[in-house]
Every structure is written in C-alpha cells, then in structure tokens.
Design a protein around this ligand. Structure first.
Ligand code: NAP
Length: 323
C-alpha cells in the first residue's frame, strides 16, 4: 500500500472483533484494511487473547485452544479472503468530514468511507509509584502473568496476585504451576470471577486468599521484596513478603488516539447509542469488541460485535454513506 490510500473500510485493531469484522467485510468484497498495531509489552497484535492461556469457552473448540493460536487462526481466515494488513499504530484520526481520515506512526494517511474501531482494552495498574518503577525495570511487578510468569525469577517463590475477577483467578492458577505459594489479594470478601474459575482456585493448594485487602505500596529497591497491605474493614496495615506481584484488576479501553472525536460513556468505553447496533456518534464509524463492551467482555461477544459492525458498515456504504 502507498503512503496514501483511499479505502471503503478500515478496521483498527487485531483481536476477535477486528478479524471477524475483516472476514465479513472481505467476503462482502469491500477489501478491508486492518491496522493491527505494533507490539509493545502490554499490547500486541492479537490483543488480550495473546496474554491468555487456554480458551475453553469459545464454541467450536471442544478441547480448548490457546489465545495466540486462536488469534493466528482468525488472522489467517481474514487473509484467506481479500484482507490487507498494516502492522502500524493509528496515532490520530480526523472525523470532521468525509472521507474519514487516519494517520499512522509511519506518517501514512489513510482515507476511508467507513471505519471500525476494535482497539480493545489495556491492562490497568493500581497506580502506585513503586509499582510502576518496578514494573518498568523488570523488578518482579507485572500486569501479565502469562507474559512474565514463567521467568526463572518467580520459580518456587511466594508471589501475589491482585484482583478478584477471572483474570486474577487465571493468573493465580497459572502462577501456581511455578510459584511456591500464590496469595490473591482482593478488596472484598467475595470474588467477581465465574464459579468454575473460583472453584479451580479454591481447590489449588498453593493458592491462598487475603480478603478485604488493598495494596498500599510495593517495597524493594531493584526487585520487589514485599507489599504493604491495608485492611479495608479495620484500616490496619501489614507487610507481606513476596517476590513477585501480578496486577489483574481489569482493563481500560484504548480510545486515546480518537482525541475526543467519538462520544464515550462515562466509564471510557465507546458509546453505541442504538441498542443492538455498533454505530457510534460519528456517521460511518462503528465500534466493536472490548473498546465498546463494558458488560460481556468475552472473545465470542467481541467476534459477534465485529460481525455486526462489518454488516452495518456494508449497509451504510450500500445506502450511499456520506452522500
Ligand atoms: P473484571 O472482571 O473487571 O475484574 C476486575 C477485578 O479487579 C475485580 O475483582 C475488581 O474488584 C478488582 N479491582 C478493580 N480495580 C481495582 C483496584 N483499583 N484495586 C483492587 N482491585 C481492583 O476484570 P477481568 O478479571 O480482567 O475480566 C474481564 C472480563 O474478561 C470478564 O468478563 C471475564 O469474565 C473475562 N475473562 C474470562 C476469562 C476466562 O473465562 N478464562 C479469563 C480472563 C477474563 P471488585 O470485584 O471489587 O470490583
């Protein structure tokens, strides 16, 4: 593709929503362009599923499938039809008129009749200075157990996981394979995780729970040595010696590059005002997957909304689009 191109449909993202949208758009002869993103430690082409081990709840895989394998198959299926892929990041957009315009990190400008935003969501941090310092220096603090958990540093050590959702349980179970003990720190006395994940975590001897606790500080110079906990009920503070900390407290939708040009909900997810539609506040711009879904957040629902967005974009173009 040249440094400048004019397209019918551009899909930003590379998780299940993006690739499903591409499969549908390609099969509708719209020759979609997928801007899949450039890899970083917290966000890689393929999205959050690249940080997941077994996916057991996506229909069609009776024996389960790993997240990365699933994403590479989704991508291959999109490429089998007429999908083009750019491994670039979208840096800014201009939705003030038609065509809709995007600029990428290489300076490329892409104009398009329709755009599907499927940029997913990024891992959240607790927001402590020492948490960030040790995460950035590789000092045993991470927001991705699947990426970093198998490092020798964590073997046969006591490590902590923060969070009470499915991600935290998944991380705890994953880390139980390597660590001496896994301590789950949760701010309430009840987990948010699905029953099956809770049961698995409760059954694992290496996992124990610190209920009603939050992490107030992360201690250690080069490498984490302990965390400072605060009891939510009594206010009491205590130190817990750990040699690893994995933060699994949810995700923030990736919308910064939109520069406020698409309406968001108060919680930061893209607003899709009409029920059962993926259209956004900008005509011709649709949103799919975790960037707009603050409720289901599943691979299969992301794929579903990716399909919806592609069908809506196709119909929008067929009915004259911007005319
Ligand atoms: P989540 O369901 O939103 O859970 C986030 C957890 O972090 C909650 O327990 C929350 O506590 C806690 N939390 C949030 N902010 C916090 C803070 N500042 N300090 C301390 N704790 C904090 O997120 P998730 O676990 O990443 O899951 C996201 C979605 O993906 C869910 O729909 C989940 O089912 C799905 N998922 C599924 C699987 C699987 O099936 N294998 C694996 C991973 C994720 P509260 O409970 O008190 O709010």
């Amino acid at each position: 593709m040249s440094e400048y191109s004019k397209e019918q449909i551009v899909i930003i993202g590379s998780g299940p929503a993006a690739w499903t949208g591409a499969i549908y758009a390609a099969r509708a002869n719209l020759s979609p362009v997928v801007i899949e993103g450039v890899g970083s430690r917290t966000m890689i082409p393929g999205g959050q599923l690249m940080f997941t081990t077994e996916v057991e709840n996506y229909p069609g895989f009776p024996d389960g499938v790993t997240g990365p394998k699933m994403m590479s198959d989704f991508r291959a299926q999109a490429l089998r039809f007429d999908t083009r892929v750019l491994t670039e990041d979208v840096m800014s957009v201009n939705f003030s008129g038609f065509p809709l315009t995007l600029s990428t990190n290489t300076g490329r400008v892409v104009e398009s009749g329709t755009i599907i935003i499927a940029t997913g969501a990024n891992a959240q941090w607790i927001g402590l200075e020492n948490e960030q310092r040790l995460a950035q220096s590789g000092g045993g603090v991470s927001a991705c157990a699947v990426c970093d958990g198998a490092l020798p540093h964590f073997r046969d050590r006591i490590i902590a996981i923060v969070g009470g959702g499915d991600s935290a349980m998944e991380d705890a179970l994953y880390m139980a394979k390597f660590a001496k003990q896994v301590v789950v720190i949760h701010r309430r006395d009840e987990l948010r995780a699905s029953k099956i994940m809770q049961e698995r975590a409760f059954e694992e001897d290496k996992i124990r729970f610190e209920w009603n606790k939050v992490v107030k500080d992360v201690l250690g110079e080069e490498v984490i040595s302990a965390i400072l906990l605060r009891d939510m009920l009594t206010g009491e503070e205590s130190e817990l010696e750990v040699e690893g900390l994995f933060v699994a407290i949810g995700h923030t939708p990736n919308t910064e590059f939109l520069g406020g040009q698409v309406d968001l909900k108060p919680n930061g997810f893209i607003k899709t005002p009409t029920p059962w539609r993926t259209e956004t506040s900008v005509p011709g711009v649709f949103a799919a997957g975790d960037v707009m879904d603050d409720y289901y957040k599943q691979a299969v629902t992301a794929a579903g909304t990716g399909c919806m967005a592609a069908l809506e974009a196709e119909r929008w173009l067929a009915h004259g689009g911007s005319k």
